[in-house]
Design a protein around this ligand. Structure first.
Ligand SMILES: Nc1ncnc2c1ncn2[C@@H]1O[C@H](COP(=O)(O)OP(=O)(O)OP(=O)(O)O)[C@@H](O)[C@H]1O
Length: 940
């Protein structure tokens, strides 16, 4: 039987330690990859797959990458979701007999990347560990590149876990297999990608030692378990000291507003729903930070609005000073501009990869601190002064670096040229020796020419023979006897040496070698000094980042005319002329229409908003949520005045892009969300539901919507904004004392509808669905027919309503409540059956089209409708609700007889037309559906 070669035996043994990673096996100047790893890597990296004799009958598949270019390849594999184990030769050639020793020196994983090229400057790169112990679920989130480590825990709850992990947008997760499964199914589809590794090993002693007895003692049991596991994973993959991990930031979940992953996405806090880009998000709007640390902190703040009023007021106080004092703001910005990414610099120092340039960047950053500090101390703001007071200038370090490192050091730390003259006596002597030696040699040429009289004589150098004197063949006769020793014969010349030349040469070479070693040693010493100050530097970075966020808030607030919100511990939320900050920012010409909000414990706390598509309902509801979030992160808000309570949670159910998860239908997702909401919302929460109950048949949807609204009203008592297409729900205002109807005002003139974007009291009377269909270009005959049918339906519904109590009641039996309107229009049995079928089919069509409703494209659909030229110019008394069916506009009343089969088709068609939710579609989807409708219409 064939046996593996000794080297391949070594490979196989090492590969055992890194089964889930691609093993880069160092052989000379290459990392070689073998067997299945080679097949995967050659495919993913598009490199040639070859074979190597491994002692087996067939060659082992192999591919390789040069060691100096490995970083890029490793990165590409990591980006594709692989882990890479780096195996190095850990002894120099010839050190021992036989096979050279090799070991895995590091396993690179998505969550443990240190190479800055692969890391987003303005975002963290989190690895999370999730564990279950002592009846609790714990989360530890770590960014190894900055040394950030956050830990928290809560009584076991999947909802909580999903929400909390989502905050970190992790790229990698480890811990309990079961919890990871949950994350894989729930978080991974929302985040870019999540590499999960079940991990049971803990290293409590190691972690305790790392973070110190005192901070360990403060951790609850379940948090210790979690941190210990995370630490074990890091220790095992990184195989080196992790000096950047100095502090555990412990927090309690109830210190922050809870925002579940959907709410964060729906409100577009850090990225947009559709493109998933930062542009168009709240983060994008507010990011006026000058440093990467500031940018990362801003993102964290936006993801975690505060619940302690004192801390929020502190932030607002700093923002206020910076907001009103332009010069102060300018000075702070100026000082921040020159500060590099201290956190990542520190990370590289701890990791051992910081070079001379990193230390110079550190020096330059530290030099700015006194100026920043003094500006903040003299700002008048207590918050800024307190932050500045805690800024450790680390002046000793700045001086040490300035004294040691040259201004423009090379990238490499091993080849010299790093250390300043005058820093180290022996180094200076060596330099002197080298310089003198070189000068002596430079002078030698002239001297020998003079002595020999040979003008073409020259002194040269090559790697094999070192320095030599070269004389051309033609001049050999002129050489004085015995002066030189022949070393090398060339075709046209002879090369000679002299003992003195050799002496100088060894002096120079020795000096240069020693110099490089000495410089490297001195550099490492200095880097070690920096490493000792990592906790101080990290604390400084935190303060700088905070200051940066304050000035960013102030800058954005000044530019966008935001005002300082008044926070209070009560219930009521009052906003005068509130705006949606991002919609406003992207709209040209400042035409955003501001709207007020008044939600009061003693008055109305539920707003039921009706109105046609595109009227601005979603924008308004999101704006209320955003104003609260901005206030609770300590930023000014887009309004003329805002008095806001501390919300413990914002819950949104906005029908956009929410059916991404697990292929569930929109309706199922909606119901699951509502279930969570009913369980978790408290009186201090804000609930926002857009298009409640739209995923199912009209009557069932309406019934569910009513039941949910009643529950919010009666049992939860929180503030709620609910939009609905069901105008019929307006009657709830009569039975629910704390609910008020609102609608978005619309003005009609002739056959044009103008959206005024103004919120007014009262309910909307129509949804303008057919109007939208006309604007979308459906044939006139269909539109006329649709109006005729609609009139018939309305009449029939009115007749039916006469015999019923007002409004609809929660259905006791959904079967009986599922087809009230259509089935009652006709009494013919066969027609009733057809109608039931048609309703069912309509429902199916809705189900099918639900994914189309998952994305919002306002702009294209928007542009198909007439817009007001100048909204501000619309007199307020014109802001009234009119029926689109002005008598003169309405088509002649058609005789309403028992409908023929065609009518049924038209009804179905009409139903679809009414259901088309153009605003919630991408342009492509809208075009597709409109084409379909046109074709169908032509067939009719
Ligand atoms: N207050 C406002 N001032 C100016 N323009 C606005 C305002 N509110 C919304 N808009 C514009 O109208 C567009 C549609 O708004 P929005 O999506 O909120 O409508 P909607 O009533 O929720 O519609 P749908 O029911 O179809 O979802 C927005 O993209 C924005 O461009």
């Amino acid at each position: 039987m064939a046996t593996l070669t000794p080297m391949m035996q070594q490979y196989v043994k090492i590969k055992e330690e890194a089964k889930d990673a691609i093993l880069f096996f160092r052989l000379g100047d290459f990392y070689e990859i073998f067997f299945d790893d080679a097949i995967t890597a050659s495919r993913e990296l598009e490199i040639t797959l070859t074979g190597r004799n491994a002692g087996l009958e067939e060659k082992a598949p192999m591919c390789g990458v040069p060691y100096h270019a490995a970083e890029g390849y490793v990165q590409r594999l990591i980006e594709k979701g692989y882990k890479v184990a780096i195996c190095e030769q850990v002894e120099t050639p010839g050190e021992s007999k036989g096979m050279m020793r090799r070991e895995i020196v590091r396993v690179v994983t998505p969550g443990t990347l240190m190479e800055s090229r692969a890391l987003g400057e303005k975002s963290n790169n989190y690895l999370v560990c999730v564990t279950r112990s002592h009846g609790m679920t714990a989360i530890a989130a770590c960014d190894l590149s900055t040394g950030d480590l956050h830990v928290t825990s809560a009584p076991e709850s999947e909802e909580w876990l999903k929400g909390e992990v989502g905050v970190y947008q992790p790229v990698e997760a480890i811990g309990d297999a079961q919890l990871l499964q949950l994350l894989e199914s729930q978080i991974a589809p929302l985040e870019r990608r999540l590499v999960c590794t079940p991990w049971e090993k803990g290293k409590e002693d190691g972690a305790r030692e790392q973070f110190g007895e005192a901070s360990w003692a403060r951790l609850d049991e379940e948090r210790r378990v979690c941190v210990a596991r995370l630490f074990a994973y890091l220790a095992e993959t990184q195989k080196r000291a992790l000096g950047q991990l100095t502090k555990i930031s412990v927090y309690e979940p109830n210190h922050y507003m809870i925002l579940d992953p959907f709410t964060r996405r729906n409100l577009e806090l850090t990225e947009t729903v559709r493109e998933r880009s930062k542009k168009g998000s709240l983060l994008w709007l507010l990011d006026r930070t000058k440093t990467s640390m500031g940018a990362r902190t801003l993102r964290r703040w936006i993801d975690k609005p505060l619940l302690q009023r004192g801390t929020i007021e502190d932030r607002l106080e700093a923002v206020e000073y910076l907001h009103r004092d332009l010069i102060l703001r300018g000075d702070v910005q100026e000082a921040l501009r020159e500060i590099y990414d201290l956190e990542r610099l520190v990370g590289r120092v701890a990791f051992g990869s910081a070079n001379g340039r990193d230390l110079i960047a550190l020096r330059d950053s530290l030099i700015q601190i006194p100026a920043l500090k003094s500006v903040c101390l003299n700002s008048g703001s207590q918050t800024l002064a307190a932050t500045a007071q805690r800024m450790d200038e680390c002046a000793d370090l700045a001086e040490a670096i300035a004294a040691a490192i040259t201004d423009e050091p090379p990238v490499s730390v091993r080849d010299g040229g790093l250390i300043r003259k005058g820093y180290h006596e022996h180094l200076d002597q060596l330099r002197e020796a080298s310089v003198n030696g070189k000068r002596w040699i430079a002078e030698l040429e002239a001297e020998e020419r003079r002595i020999t009289g040979i003008r073409s004589l020259k002194v040269g150098y090559n790697k094999v023979f070192g320095y030599y004197i070269e004389v051309t063949r033609a001049n050999l006769a002129q050489l004085p006897e015995g002066r030189y020793e022949r070393k090398q014969t060339m075709s046209n010349a002879e090369r000679y040496i002299t003992p003195e030349l050799k002496e100088k040469e060894s002096l120079i070479l020795e000096a240069e070698e020693k110099m490089a070693d000495l410089e490297y040693g001195l550099f490492l010493e200095l880097r070690e000094q920096v490493a000792e100050r990592i906790p101080r530097l990290k604390a400084l970075a935190e303060r700088v980042a905070e200051t940066d966020v304050y000035q960013a808030f102030a800058e954005a607030s000044a530019e966008k005319s935001f005002v300082r919100p008044q926070l209070h511990d009560g219930y009521d939320l009052n906003v005068d002329n509130g705006r949606h900050p991002v919609v406003e920012a992207v709209m040209e010409g400042g035409s955003f229409v501001a709207n007020a909000t008044d939600l009061a414990e003693e008055g109305a706390n539920i707003m039921l908003i009706t109105g046609p598509n595109m009227a601005g309902k979603s924008t308004y509801m999101r704006q209320v949520a955003l104003i609260s979030i901005m206030a609770q992160i300590g930023c000014f808000v887009p309004a003329d005045r805002a008095s806001v309570p501390l919300l413990d949670r914002i819950f949104t159910r906005i029908g956009a892009a929410d059916d991404l998860v697990g292929g569930q239908s929109t309706f199922m997702v909606e119901m699951a969300d509502i279930q969570v909401m009913t369980q978790q919302a408290t009186k201090d929460s804000l609930i926002i539901i857009d298009e409640l109950g739209r995923g199912t048949s009209t009557s069932e949807g309406m019934a569910i919507a009513q039941a949910v609204i009643e529950h919010v009203h009666e049992s939860i008592g929180c503030k709620a904004l609910v939009s609905t297409h069901f105008h019929e729900l307006a009657h709830l205002e009569e039975s629910l004392p704390r609910l008020r109807n609102y609608c978005m005002a619309v003005r009609e003139s002739g056959d044009k509808v103008t959206f005024l974007r103004k919120l007014v009291a009262g309910a909307a009377s129509t949804s303008y669905g057919i109007y939208c269909a006309r604007v979308a270009g459906l044939p006139g005959s269909i539109i006329d027919r649709a109006y005729g049918l609609l009139q018939g339906f309305e009449q029939a519904a009115a007749e039916v309503a006469v015999g019923q109590t007002s409004g609809i009641s929660a259905p006791k039996n959904s079967a009986s409540a599922s087809e009230p309107t259509l089935s009652k229009i006709e009494d013919e049995e066969s027609y009733a059956q057809q109608t039931v079928d048609s309703v069912k089919q309509t429902d199916m069509i809705r189900e099918e089209s639900s994914p189309l409703e998952s994305a919002v494209d306002d702009t294209v659909a928007h542009s198909t409708l007439q817009e007001p030229k100048d909204i501000a110019a619309v007199p307020s008394d014109e802001v009234v609700q009119l029926s689109i069916f002005g008598d003169d506009e309405r088509p002649a009343k058609s005789a309403h007889t028992a409908p023929a089969k065609e009518d049924l088709k038209v009804k179905k068609m009409l139903q679809r037309v009414r259901d088309v939710d153009v605003m919630n579609m991408t342009p492509l989807q809208a075009m597709q559906i409109l084409n379909e409708l046109k074709l169908e219409a032509q067939r009719l």
